[in-house]
Ligand binder design. Structure first.
Ligand SMILES: [Fe+2]
Length: 555
C-alpha cells in the first residue's frame, strides 16, 4: 500500500470486502463465495482468510486473489474437524502484520460449525423459510439470529429475491443478488449462517416460471457462480453417477443420521404438467430407495420449493403419486420423514393426516417478507397467514432409547405459531383439518366475537339504564295518577250527593253507577300499572282515557 495516503488506505480496507456467504457445509469442509466491492480501486496488495478452531490459537491462513471483476472468489476450506466451531476473519495486509492477540478489537469475526459426521447420531437444529422482497430489511432476519444464534445453517426454499427477470442477461440476475447483499439485515443474516438455497419462480424467472423462462440459462449460470452449493445431481458415493450431465440444480447432503434431499422444481417445470424432468424424477426415486435401505440413516428431510397440498404439486398428479408413494415406503423404514416447502405465503403443518399422497408429515414455511396469502390445503396446524414467518426443526437424539424426535415450530417474528413433536403421540395422532377457510373463520372469530361481546354488554347496560329511567317514570306517573284518582274520588263524593239530590229531582238516574264503574276500571288498571303489567309507553293513553272519562262525566 505504499504511495497511498493513510486515510485513503483505511477507507479502501473497509470497503474492499463487500459481502460473503458460505455453503456446501459438511462434516469436514465448507465453501465460501466472497464478493468485493464493485466500486473498488485496488490499493489492497495482499489479503488473507484466517480461520481457527474456536477456543484455540492454531491459526490457518489462506491468501486470497486480488480480483477486478464482479465475480465472487470461491474459497474451499477442507480437512476440518467434524461438528466443530471455527472462527474466521479477513486480513488486509501482509500476514506478518496479523496480530492474533487482539483480534476481537481489530477484526470482524465470523463463524461456522461443521456438520455432524454422516451416520453419527447427534442433535441438529436449523431454520427454514422462503420469499423475501429484493433488498428486504425486514426484522425477521435479526429475529432468527437473536433466537437461534447457534444454528449451523438456514435453508432458503426459494424466492430469495423477487427479480421476475424475463431476459437472458446475467447482469440482471447479478443486480438482484447485489441488491440483496446491500440490505443490512440480509447481509448480516447470510454472512452469519451456513446457506442451503434452492430457487423458486421469482428468482428463476417471473411468476410461475419454468423450463420456458427466457432467463433460464442466465439464472443457472449466476446461481452456479454466486451461490455456495452442494455438488449438483450427485447420488451417494456407492451408487453409479448417472445424472451428472443432465440439467438442474438438485442436490443432497447428510448431517449425522439425517439425509436432506433438495429438489429443483423450476428448471423443467411445466405448469400443470410436471414439476421436473424424467432424469430428476429418477434421481429422486434412486436416492429415496437408497435412504430406505441404508440402516444408518434414521431421518429424511425433503426440500420442495412448492407446497405439497392445495396447489402446484396437486396438478402434477403422476409425479406427485410416484414421489409420494416412495416417501411413504421410506417412512415405514425410518423414524422420521418430513417434507418442507415454501412458496405459499403462509405457515402450516400437517402431521400426515391430510396428506392424500403418501401420508407423511409436511410443512409450509413462508414468507420472510412478502404479502401474506393462503393457497389451499388442509393442515393439522395453521394455516397462519402473516409476514416475517419461518420455521425451525430440532432433531433431538436420545442415545438411551435410540429415538430421534422431530420438533417442528412455526414462527412469526419471535412468536411461536405452532409446536409439533413427533415423539408426542397426541401430536402424531391429531386428526384435524384446518384450511384457509377455517383460518379465515378463526380470524373472524378472534376479531369479531370480542366485538360482539362488547356490543352485547353495551346493549345490556343501555337496557338496564332505560329500565331504571322507566321505573322512575312509572313512579312519577303513578303519583300523578294517584293524585288524579284522589281528585276524581273527591269529585265523585261531591257528585254522589248531587246525584241523590238530582234523583230526588227526577233527573236521569244511573250516572253514579257509571262513575263507580269508571272508578273500578281505574282501580283495576292502576293495580296492573303498579305491577308494571302495562308498559309505560301506554300510560299517556291511559291517563288520557281517565281524563277523558272525567271530562265525559262532566258533560
Ligand atoms: Fe413467493
Amino acid at each position: 500500500m505504499t504511495g497511498v495516503p493513510q486515510i485513503f488506505q483505511a477507507i479502501t480496507l473497509i470497503s474492499y470486502l463487500f459481502f460473503h456467504w458460505k455453503g456446501a457445509l459438511d462434516h469436514e469442509s465448507i465453501k465460501l463465495k466472497v464478493f468485493v466491492n464493485r466500486n473498488h480501486i485496488i490499493y489492497v496488495q495482499q489479503w488473507y482468510l484466517i480461520y481457527f478452531e474456536d477456543q484455540t490459537e492454531n491459526y490457518i491462513s489462506q491468501q486470497l486473489p486480488l480480483v477486478q471483476t464482479l465475480d465472487p472468489i470461491q474459497i474451499s476450506l477442507d480437512g476440518l474437524k467434524p461438528y466443530t466451531k471455527y472462527n474466521y476473519l479477513f486480513h488486509f495486509d501482509q500476514l506478518s502484520k496479523f496480530n492474533s492477540s487482539n483480534i476481537t478489537n481489530n477484526y470482524e469475526i465470523f463463524w461456522f460449525k461443521t456438520l455432524q459426521t454422516p451416520y453419527l447420531k447427534q442433535n441438529l437444529s436449523f431454520s427454514f423459510s422462503s420469499c423475501a422482497k429484493t433488498g428486504s430489511e425486514d426484522h425477521v432476519f435479526q429475529d432468527i439470529i437473536d433466537l437461534f444464534p447457534d444454528h449451523q445453517f438456514f435453508i432458503q426454499m426459494g424466492d430469495i429475491y423477487y427479480g421476475d427477470i424475463i431476459q437472458n442477461q446475467e447482469t440482471l440476475y447479478d443486480e438482484s443478488y447485489y441488491r440483496m447483499f446491500e440490505s443490512k439485515s440480509q447481509s448480516k443474516f447470510y454472512q452469519y449462517y451456513g446457506l442451503v438455497y434452492i430457487w423458486d419462480d421469482h428468482d428463476f424467472g417471473d411468476n410461475n416460471s419454468g423450463e420456458s423462462s427466457p432467463g433460464k440459462q442466465a439464472a443457472t449460470s449466476v446461481y452456479l457462480k454466486n451461490v455456495p452449493h452442494y455438488p449438483l445431481r450427485y447420488l451417494p458415493q456407492d451408487l453409479p453417477q448417472k445424472y451428472l450431465n443432465s440439467e438442474g440444480i438438485y442436490q443432497y447432503f447428510i448431517a449425522g443420521q439425517t439425509l436432506f434431499v433438495i429438489m429443483d422444481l423450476r428448471t423443467h417445470f411445466r405448469d400443470g404438467v410436471r414439476a421436473m424432468d424424467q432424469n430428476q424424477l429418477m434421481w429422486v426415486i434412486e436416492i429415496l430407495d437408497w435412504c430406505k435401505q441404508n440402516q444408518k440413516i434414521d431421518n429424511l428431510v425433503v426440500v420442495s420449493s412448492i407446497p405439497w397440498l392445495g396447489k402446484d404439486w396437486v396438478t402434477f398428479k403422476e409425479q406427485r403419486t410416484i414421489i409420494g408413494n416412495k416417501m411413504a415406503e421410506v417412512m415405514k423404514a425410518k423414524q422420521n420423514v418430513l417434507l418442507i416447502t415454501g412458496d405459499s405465503h403462509m405457515v402450516a403443518f400437517d402431521n400426515g393426516y391430510n396428506n392424500d399422497a403418501g401420508g407423511f408429515p409436511h410443512c409450509i414455511s413462508s414468507p420472510m417478507d412478502k404479502t401474506p396469502s393462503c393457497k389451499g390445503g388442509q393442515y393439522t396446524f395453521g394455516p397462519f397467514s402473516g409476514n416475517s414467518q419461518y420455521s425451525t426443526l430440532d432433531i433431538t437424539y436420545d442415545p438411551a432409547t435410540n429415538i430421534n424426535c422431530f420438533i417442528v415450530k412455526g414462527w412469526r417474528g419471535k412468536d411461536v405459531l405452532y409446536n409439533y413433536n413427533s415423539c408426542n403421540q397426541k401430536d402424531r395422532e391429531l386428526k384435524t383439518s384446518n384450511s384457509c377457510f377455517t383460518s379465515v373463520l378463526q380470524i373472524f372469530i378472534n376479531t369479531f366475537v370480542p366485538l360482539l361481546l362488547i356490543l352485547v354488554v353495551l346493549v345490556l347496560i343501555w337496557r338496564y339504564t332505560l329500565r331504571f329511567s322507566n321505573q322512575l317514570s312509572h313512579q312519577q306517573v303513578a303519583q300523578q295518577y294517584i293524585n288524579l284518582v284522589k281528585k276524581d274520588d273527591q269529585e265523585q263524593n261531591q257528585n254522589l250527593h248531587s246525584y241523590t239530590f238530582d234523583e230526588k229531582q227526577n233527573k236521569q238516574p244511573g250516572t253514579a253507577q257509571k262513575k263507580n264503574s269508571a272508578s273500578n276500571l281505574n282501580e283495576v288498571e292502576r293495580e296492573k300499572f303498579m305491577n308494571q303489567e302495562i308498559p309505560p309507553n301506554q300510560l299517556p293513553t291511559f291517563l288520557n282515557s281517565a281524563q277523558n272519562q272525567k271530562s265525559v262525566e262532566n258533560i
